[in-house]
Design a binder for this molecule. Structure first.
Ligand SMILES: *Cc1c(COP(=O)(O)O)cnc(C)c1O
Length: 835
């Protein structure tokens, strides 16, 4: 579709390059003020005196989007004209959080907006708070995708995100009588000012139907997927602004719409009712995010979601490629596609289908192109998270893709056979198809065979991936395996969320750290500067006062800002061991009740976590923490201990909590957490890690030094050895009085007076199996917690340690991670967008 309609072209075109700063583009307070008022009137249709706070938010957001739009079109034009290679990030999740504050900072108009709002009597901070989080993700994996988008734009890489525009993101969590209660996340209820819908770029996607095989004019076999149902993918674009440059990249999210022709056919046949039902069936595809973290829900709708957004994205990528190319052999020179976990792994079969069936490339050529295009990031070692889809489901929903997967498998297994003759066991293990009562497609194997790069997300995780999860693949294709340790964007997780610390850092080392986080190293000598230490400690104290005020408003609880703020915020999962934290709190409290002098320093334990709605054990752990909280907080005056479960943990809440944290609890069973990124956010904000040698904790400890990290627990190898030797959790219980007392108290119903047996299943499971070795690590954890308390008493030493953490946080910038992806996997180049 052409947009160069001559009637729309102005007589005297005002080139954007020479245009005066206007109410749409000016970054000064006067123009922001004008742009804001214009949006109140012309976009919201309100007189300023009638505008609500929501109108104010929308008007300011639209004024910001105007400023982004200008750079957005220039970025698009630059990429197109220079015909650059692009990196496409395919992810079923983007945990973006709020955009207003981040956009204001990234394009350098925060102060101007603050002043402009002051002039109209509006508090910018209050507007920022009005924005609902874009919670299109579960946890770390989705947040990583969001950090990557920020880094791609900030570094000036031609990158684009593709995903699903869920109408309902991760559920809103209420806590009622100590239990998690889920509510639908209506994030779009009041409209989304950032996105632009592009119906002209809609893509049809087929489901079901059957495959016709015949011979083409040249006598070669041809396959054609026909029939079934068509759903339309409608793209919604969100601008992603780089920090301090002119790059604005795109996040393109697909919404499912019923196809009209199909609709109409039924309607004309007089079956109105069925046509409406069918419409619903189509549109339900992008309705809701599956709320499982690290667990596969084997639902047909989930596979539909995956294929839906992948098919739309690949069609879009191919369409863009064909704008100035015709030979698909150059496709990998212009296109890199990264699979964020196996959720989009069906993309391998889809690109093959497009190249072979629609573009009529020979199989071998298509396979070479596909493999040179895709990279696959593995995010988990958990068996229950490994995606496997019944072949029968595939056959019904995506019949041609199943054929293609079988063909890929057959050719692949032939290679295995040649390399390892007579090793039928190996072939069984490596096959894309798991045989058994029910035949299943192993999506990770499809991703590995279809990609030229397979990466883990922390050194330890990549090593375990090579050694334990995909050993035969690592042996056969060692050159494909690599590590890309995760990172977080310092714009959101330090500059934006912790303005006090950001200002202090900038006052001492300048502002270069914002885009070159290794510069934080310049803070190291300042650990010896008493004035700096005092200022640093004062920042933390003020952040704790702020958080306490916020929590008072949220939960009505008064926290003691002089206490250690000991924080565990992350998804609720047994492997993350919130239960270890909770059991230890009970044991501390019991000791304190007998003898308050056992408490070395007062402590506030903060939790935040959503549990998957169907995850019974996880929900019971939330109930337990709330039960403990009620008891412990009732005599906080004598013990100095407080416990709080903050409801509805999400990005915007993390932004408030992390700057106020003293202790970062990263206590997963070693070998289970692929990387963690929460751990990195805490480190950058001067919290000390109490952690196991798991995921990126290993690298955090390496960076900051053993003295500035509280290590405890079994190593990943020791965990395996321990289980192999026949782990008996009851022995730990018998051996350790404090542990036994705590478990007995929990099991007795003390924290659940209304149902004495409520927590029996949790305790029994610990005593009988303890899959995550909570009891095995308890003594080590408790001892290390004592050390934490003692260290905190030495304020000067503690502050030094905290400063060291910040100073060595540079390598955990997602800018570093993205540079590695760009240089080592994607081969894309940074490109300057002219102002
Ligand atoms: C960073 C982040 C996560 C990931 O935390 P981990 O501790 O690495 O599991 C999850 N949820 C939110 C909202 C986050 O900001």
């Amino acid at each position: 579709m052409s947009n160069a309609s001559p009637t729309l072209t102005p007589k005297t075109p005002a080139s954007p390059d020479t245009e005066q700063e206007s109410s749409r583009t000016g970054l000064d307070p006067r123009n922001v003020h004008r742009g804001f008022l214009e949006h109140v009137r012309y976009s919201r249709g309100k007189n300023p005196e009638n505008a609500t706070a929501h109108d104010h938010f929308m008007a300011l957001a639209l004024a910001v989007r105007d400023r982004l739009a200008n750079r957005w079109v220039r970025t698009a034009r630059t990429y197109y004209e220079q015909d650059v290679k692009r990196a496409y990030y395919l992810s079923a999740e983007y945990l973006l959080g709020r955009a207003l504050g981040n956009n204001l900072l990234n394009i350098g108009m925060y102060e101007a907006a603050e002043q402009a709002m002051r002039e109209v009597g509006v508090d910018l901070g209050a507007l920022v708070e009005m924005e609902p989080d874009a919670g299109l993700g579960n946890g770390g994996l989705g947040r990583l995708a969001a950090c990557f988008l920020d880094s791609l734009a900030t570094l000036g890489y031609p990158g684009m995100g593709y995903g699903i525009r869920y109408e309902f993101g991760i559920f809103t969590q209420d806590i009622i009588d100590g239990y998690q209660v889920e509510r639908a996340d209506e994030w779009l209820k009041f409209g989304n000012p950032w996105e632009i819908v592009r119906p002209e770029k809609a893509v049809p996607v087929r489901f079901y139907g059957h495959v016709e095989h015949f011979h083409g004019a040249d006598g070669k076999p041809v396959a054609r997927w026909v029939g079934g149902k068509t759903v339309i993918g409608v793209p919604y674009d969100t601008p992603i602004a780089g920090y301090g440059n002119n790059t604005v990249n795109t996040l393109r999210l697909w919404q499912a719409r019923a196809s009209e022709e199909f609709d109409l056919k039924l309607f004309n046949a007089g079956d109105y009712e069925r046509s409406v039902v069918e419409k619903n069936d189509s549109e339900v595809i992008s309705k809701v995010l599956y709320p499982n973290d690290a667990f596969q829900a084997g639902k047909e709708l989930r596979l539909k979601q995956q294929y839906f957004f992948v098919a739309c994205s690949i069609a879009d990528i191919v369409r863009r490629y064909l704008k100035n190319h015709s030979d698909f052999r150059d496709f990998p020179k212009k296109v890199a596609i990264q699979l964020n976990d196996t959720h989009p792994a069906i993309g391998v079969a889809e690109l093959m289908r497009v190249l072979v069936d629609e573009k009529h490339l020979p199989w071998e050529e298509a396979a070479a192109i596909t493999q040179a295009t895709f990279g696959y990031t593995n995010h988990t070692l958990l068996a229950e998270a490994m995606e496997k889809w019944p072949a029968s489901l595939f056959e019904r929903l995506l019949p041609r893709h199943l054929e293609i997967i079988y063909e890929i498998n057959q050719r692949f297994l032939r290679q295995v056979q040649i390399r390892y003759p007579f090793d039928t066991e190996r072939i069984r293990r490596m096959s894309l198809v798991e045989e058994g009562a029910e035949k299943k497609i192993r999506m990770a194997h499809l991703a590995v065979v279809g990609s030229h790069s397979i990466n883990g997300v922390a050194e330890l995780h990549t090593n375990l991936l090579r050694r334990d999860v995909l050993p035969e693949f690592a042996e056969m294709y060692p050159e494909r395996f690599n590590n890309k340790t995760n990172g977080v964007t310092p714009r959101r997780w330090l500059l934006w969320s912790n303005p006090r610390l950001a200002r202090l850092i900038t006052s001492r080392i300048g502002e270069g750290w914002v885009t070159d986080l290794d510069q934080l190293r310049k803070l190291e000598p300042l650990a010896d500067d008493a004035a700096f230490r005092q200022a640093f400690a004062e920042v933390k104290r003020q952040n704790k006062v702020d958080l306490s005020r916020h929590i008072k408003g949220l939960c009505g609880v008064d926290l003691n800002p002089d206490a250690i703020f000991d924080v565990q915020i992350k998804r609720l999962h047994e492997y993350k061991r919130q239960l270890l934290d909770a059991v230890h709190i009970v044991s501390l409290w019991m000791k304190a009740r007998r003898d308050p002098s056992t408490i070395i320093a007062p402590r506030v334990f903060l939790f935040g976590a959503k549990a998957a709605p169907g995850y019974v054990e996880a929900k019971l752990i939330i109930r337990l923490i709330n039960g403990i909280s009620e008891v412990v907080n009732s005599d906080a005056g004598t013990t100095g201990l407080q416990v709080l479960f903050v409801p509805n943990y999400r990005v915007s809440l993390a932004e408030r909590i992390i700057p106020a944290a003293d202790v970062s609890e990263q206590i997963s069973t070693a070998g289970w957490e692929a990387s963690g990124t929460g751990n990195m956010k805490f480190m950058l904000n001067g919290a000390l890690t109490l952690g196991t040698l798991d995921g990126a904790n290993v690298e955090i400890r390496q960076a900051v030094g053993d003295d500035n990290f509280f290590l405890f627990g079994l190593t990943a190898d020791e965990v395996i050895a321990r289980k192999r030797a026949g782990y008996r959790p009851r022995d730990e219980y018998e051996r350790n009085v404090e542990l036994r007392e705590a478990l007995d108290l929990i099991g007795s119903g003390f924290f659940s007076p209304e149902d004495k047996n409520l927590f029996r299943p949790l305790v029994n499971s610990l005593l009988e199996e303890d899959r995550y070795l909570v009891l095995a690590d308890f003594a080590s954890y408790a001892a290390k917690q004592q050390e934490v308390a003692r260290a905190y008493k030495d304020t000067e030493r503690w502050t030094r340690m905290a400063i060291h953490n910040v100073a060595h946080g540079g390598i955990f910038s997602s800018d570093r991670t993205i540079k590695q992806y760009a240089e080592e996997i994607w081969r894309v180049k940074r490109i300057d967008v002219k102002p």
